[in-house]
Design a protein around this ligand. Structure first.
Ligand code: NCD
Length: 334
């Protein structure tokens, strides 16, 4: 696998391979020394042209736990501010000799475009409304860990589907892994062409909640919408939020999920976010193991030895050098 741009480029076997590998890395994370040497000597650039807390820190930690060198490129303090184009910025970074670039960008398709300007691996960390493949992987991983499988599970995805790259990636991953997905949203927050997506569409949560295995809520993306699409956050909560009363309709085994950042009291009530069925912080924890798996598969050596020491003892420089080790015979002229 050279790049990770879109969940649609992967089939179910590819997804399961990454989830299995992430299980190995989750084991590594539990160790006292949660680090392996797999990417020692590789350089990974995190190029975030859009704000992020969890995705950026998660990729940063994942790369460091694989012993890679990490460069954090902050668009807000770069020469982009002086008018440099995205292409020149990327070509400049790539000219320093890097192995991978993890890109978040406000424009759909930017990571794909960047693959044409560099030989480095490109990993999509969220592009516009389009895709957020590592989010879909970490969410699939979280569901599989808790419920054993996604096959046959009933998943509700509720909220701002139209502007959500998380919805697009997750629907693709969940349905490839055999889940049945129903989206719930006001008509104004459903995308054009939703009838061609592999989902059912509903306008009310109540009939679905008692049968659900997963209830996944999306952030209202105010920065991407015109105010005309949604009268108010309060009205959204009343009709589509996971309120305390609605959460009572969910079975005990069901998972409550949100990709974050969450508007407590809008998509999910504050008390519900802390409900024992909420796995919102597990999603964050699992993100690191999943991103380790993605970095390993794209820039790693193609093999994984969990027990390889991170800093193997360096060979004794004297004994390793035949000239120095045997100065009588050697002396440099032997
Ligand atoms: C999401 C994103 O940025 O796409 N957050 C994330 O990466 N966890 C969702 C969002 O911003 O609502």
């Amino acid at each position: 696998m050279k790049h990770l741009l879109d969940i649609d480029d992967l089939d179910a076997d590819d997804l399961l391979d990454l989830l299995d590998l992430a299980e190995d890395f989750a084991e590594v994370q539990k160790r006292e020394m949660p680090k392996v040497p797999a990417l020692r000597g590789r350089t990974i650039v995190l190029a975030f042209f859009e704000d992020s807390t969890r995705t950026r820190t998660s990729f940063d930690l994942a790369a460091r736990r694989l012993s890679a060198d990490v460069i954090n490129f902050a668009a807000s303090s770069s020469s982009l501010k002086k008018g440099e184009s995205l292409r020149d910025t990327i070509e400049t970074i790539a000219a320093m000799g890097i192995d991978a670039i993890v890109v978040r960008h406000g424009s759909s398709g930017a990571p794909q475009q960047i693959t044409r300007w560099t030989d480095a691996t490109v990993i999509n960390a969220g592009d516009g409304w389009h895709q957020h493949p590592t989010q879909a992987l970490l969410d699939s991983f979280t569901i599989r860990r808790r419920l054993g499988t996604l096959a046959g599970k009933r998943v509700i995805i509720c909220g701002d589907i139209k502007h959500s790259r998380v919805a697009r990636s997750n629907i693709s991953a969940f349905t490839k892994l055999g889940a049945e997905v129903t989206v719930v949203a006001p008509g104004t927050l459903l995308p054009v062409g939703i009838d061609r997506w592999p989902v059912r569409v509903a306008t009310r949560l109540e009939p679905l909640l008692p049968e659900a295995d997963v209830a996944y809520f999306l952030r209202i993306q105010h920065e991407r919408m015109s105010p005309a699409l949604l009268p108010s956050d309060r009205e959204f909560r009343t009709l589509f939020g996971l309120t305390v009363e609605r959460a009572r309709l969910l079975p005990d085994h069901a998972l409550i999920m949100h990709p974050g950042p969450m508007n407590r009291g809008v998509e999910v009530d504050a008390e519900v976010a802390d409900d024992p069925r909420s796995v919102i912080l597990d999603q964050v924890t699992n993100g690191v193991a999943v991103r380790m798996a993605v970095l390993f598969r794209t820039v790693g050596p193609g093999r994984f030895e969990v027990d390889e020491p991170v800093n193997p003892a360096p060979a004794d420089p004297v004994l390793a050098n035949p000239v120095l080790a045997n100065p009588v015979r050697g002396g440099g002229n032997a």
